[in-house]
Ligand binder design. Structure first.
Ligand code: C5P
Length: 211
């Protein structure tokens, strides 16, 4: 199965709710992070939950285990079903997010490699592969891997088996959904939908890649 996940990085709650309503029939989950939460507050999650879609908190948590756990507790008490954390912080910090997610019946995804050009400065040279190993050891639910580098995402697939891959970088960052859809479980699309003249139609276009 390949889901379409809307990255709702808009900067007002009003825009977020309006775009969520227009796109809801064509998407499978909504991902929100710092841009929207800093603008509208974490309570926006409660309002978005009216659409009945899973909500993923993209705070790319990267802290000591205690702080990571406190962040994850806050996330899951606001109705999110998933959280994204960084992997480079190490096993104990990742485990804090994974355990908190699972305590709440939620999921934890770990960033193995980012989608922007600068990601190769640090994530290549074995780091992403080591993070993929950590994902298996900590029983995390999946990884975030780049649609902009399908060959890297394919390689990471061989390291994590059937765990889920959610893949950002489609559209505005140049990633081609056709090249990535068959190897991932979710395509994350932000600007190509929420900046479109008609976000509902743009989401419908991407829904062709749903399986
Ligand atoms: O607008 P665009 O489709 O580029 O949005 C991509 C979304 O995915 C953003 O929310 C971005 O923060 C997030 N993301 C990413 N690359 C990663 C991890 C998350 O682009 N490796």
């Amino acid at each position: 199965m390949t889901d379409i996940i809307l990255a709702l990085d808009v900067s007002t709650g009003k825009d977020a709710l309006s775009i969520a309503k227009k796109t809801a029939p064509f998407i499978d989950a909504i991902k929100i992070g710092y841009p929207l939460v800093l603008a509208a507050g974490l309570e926006i999650a409660n309002q978005l939950s009216d659409e009945g879609l899973p909500l993923i908190a993209d705070f790319k948590v990267a802290d000591i285990p205690n702080t990571s756990r406190l962040i994850a507790e806050e996330v899951f008490s606001h109705g999110f079903s998933g959280i994204i954390c960084h992997g480079f912080v190490g096993r104990d910090s990742v485990l804090a997010c994974v355990e908190t997610a699972h305590d709440h019946g939620g999921e934890c995804y770990v960033v193995t490699e980012m989608s922007h050009p600068g990601a190769v400065d640090f994530f290549h040279g074995g780091i992403a592969e080591r993070i993929a190993g950590l994902v298996c050891e900590t029983n995390a639910d999946g990884i975030i891997a780049p649609a902009t580098r399908p060959e890297r995402t394919s390689l990471l697939r061989t390291l994590i088996g059937t765990k889920k891959i959610l893949s950002p970088g489609v559209g505005a960052q140049g990633g081609d959904p056709a090249a990535i859809a068959s190897i991932v479980d979710g395509i994350i699309v932000g600007r190509a939908i929420y900046e479109a003249k008609d976000p509902g139609s743009a989401a419908e276009e991407y829904s062709r890649f749903r399986t």
